[in-house]
Ligand binder design. Structure first.
Ligand code: CMC
Length: 389
């Protein structure tokens, strides 16, 4: 009974009001609290941007110092959490582990779970932001059989993450500033993207009054799929599969992507909202060139294949007609690989980066008051029938 709008995939349904992020997909515009992403990527850093997303304005110097101090001082996780990791197989996908341990945080931090109190919401936001790099690096260390590294609060957010990933207790570790800058930029470019599948999942879970740690673990699960956050891993797998740089070989893969009988798609291409260049992809491509040049590492063959693939696709009628352009993840994997990060950690890094976006949306929703999210359906099943007696 009643009248419903039928909108599978939410192509034309606004599920909420929000003041955080604006996207104009036709013109390739992305603004966070009004500031263009390319300006933020150039002049800001992830912590300042995190403050902006969460609070609505850029911080004053003092507000920045305070926020940064709190994030640095919440990086450690409860010692019991290490045991939690040990329940997983060593070869489990790090995203599977991440879903579990991030959700488990609510069992450790129940002192602040009264979400109606803004101070509690802020502490939870800071805890999540601060602890995600610790959990992410623990996923990696567990996977390769090395000891977990405690965070170092004298380091910046990106430096500390690289330290916990690549440091070990036996020798001093020096953070490469080029790598830290690139890492911070990757965090910024993934920080928020309005009502995407994972953010909508966080909001829907949060609309029931569930605690923020549980909501974020729902978001991590939604992000995992290859149509969403899993795309960065899928791009690298695709570039590896293409392998050979020859023109005919690359063309063959573009042709496969156009063939409707072939499930192959160009990963890192296309977007629900952007019908133009993803502005994040432009910054990512520049960063990719800079990082590979400065570090002198990375598999340049993959970069060459990616660039040629992009060129061929952008000149092809199929991609032009459908307005399919490279998205944020077309180049991010190449940078992450150059930084020494294994492919199965790519989506974990996306989850870490998106945590500030998720928690900012959750906070906005709870602050403004929310009605439980409860979509309706068009029922297509049987009419009433009798159980065979
Ligand atoms: N390769 C080949 N064809 C494509 C691609 C692609 N990557 N993306 C879309 N198309 C075609 C699609 O087959 C359809 O063609 P037709 O009209 O003939 O049926 C048309 O373009 C429209 O595509 P759609 O699937 O209806 O678009 P959507 O808005 O439902 O899906 C998408 C968007 C991102 C899931 C999709 O473009 C895709 O699968 N891309 C590859 C995966 C990817 O890179 N995802 C990362 C998104 S950005 C990071 C993030 O925010 O998570």
């Amino acid at each position: 009974s009643g009248y419903f709008t039928f909108d599978p995939g939410f192509v034309s349904t606004a599920s909420c009001e929000s003041e955080i992020t604006y996207i104009d997909g036709a013109n390739g515009v992305l603004l966070h609290r009004g500031y263009p992403i390319d300006q933020l990527a150039e002049h800001s850093n992830y912590i300042e941007m995190g403050y902006l997303l969460l609070n609505g304005e850029l911080p004053t110097e003092e507000q920045y110092r305070e926020f940064d101090y709190h994030v640095r001082n919440h990086t450690m996780v409860h010692e019991q959490i290490a045991n939690f990791f040990k329940g997983f197989r060593r070869d489990a996908h790090p995203m599977a582990v991440m879903c579990g341990v991030a959700g488990a945080l609510s069992a450790f931090y129940h002192d602040n779970l009264d979400i109606d109190d803004p101070e509690n919401r802020e502490v939870s936001a800071i805890r999540l932001l601060a602890k995600m790099p610790t959990l992410a690096s623990m996923c990696y260390k567990y996977n390769i059989g090395q000891p977990f590294m405690y965070p170092r609060n004298d380091l910046s957010y990106a430096e500390n993450f690289l330290y916990m990933m690549f440091g070990n207790p036996c020798e001093p570790f020096e953070v490469n500033p080029v790598a830290a800058k690139a890492m911070d930029r990757i965090f910024m470019l993934h920080a928020d993207h309005e009502q995407n599948a994972s953010t909508s999942t966080v909001r829907l879970a949060g609309s029931t009054g569930a605690n923020p740690f549980a909501c974020i673990s729902a978001g991590i699960a939604a992000l995992w799929g290859p149509a969403h956050g899993g795309a960065n891993e899928a791009v690298l797998t695709m570039l590896e599969e293409i392998g050979d740089e020859s023109e005919e070989n690359i063309q063959r893969y573009v042709d496969r992507a156009k063939d409707k009988d072939d499930p192959f798609r160009l990963m890192g291409f296309g977007h629900r909202v952007y019908r133009n260049f993803d502005p994040r992809a432009k910054v990512m491509k520049e960063t990719c060139d800079e990082v590979l040049a400065e570090l002198g590492t990375g598999n340049n063959a993959k970069l060459k294949i990616a660039k040629r693939l992009e060129q061929i696709a952008l000149e092809d009628e199929y991609f032009i007609e459908r307005k399919l352009y490279p998205n944020v993840d077309f180049y991010s994997g190449i940078i992450l690989e150059a930084l020494g990060i294994p492919t199965n950690m790519f989506t974990v890094i996306f989850a870490m980066s998106r945590t500030i976006g998720w928690i900012s949306h959750w906070n906005e929703m709870i602050k403004n008051g929310v009605r439980i999210g409860r979509p309706r359906q068009l029922y297509k099943g049987y009419d009433k029938r009798d159980y065979p007696a």
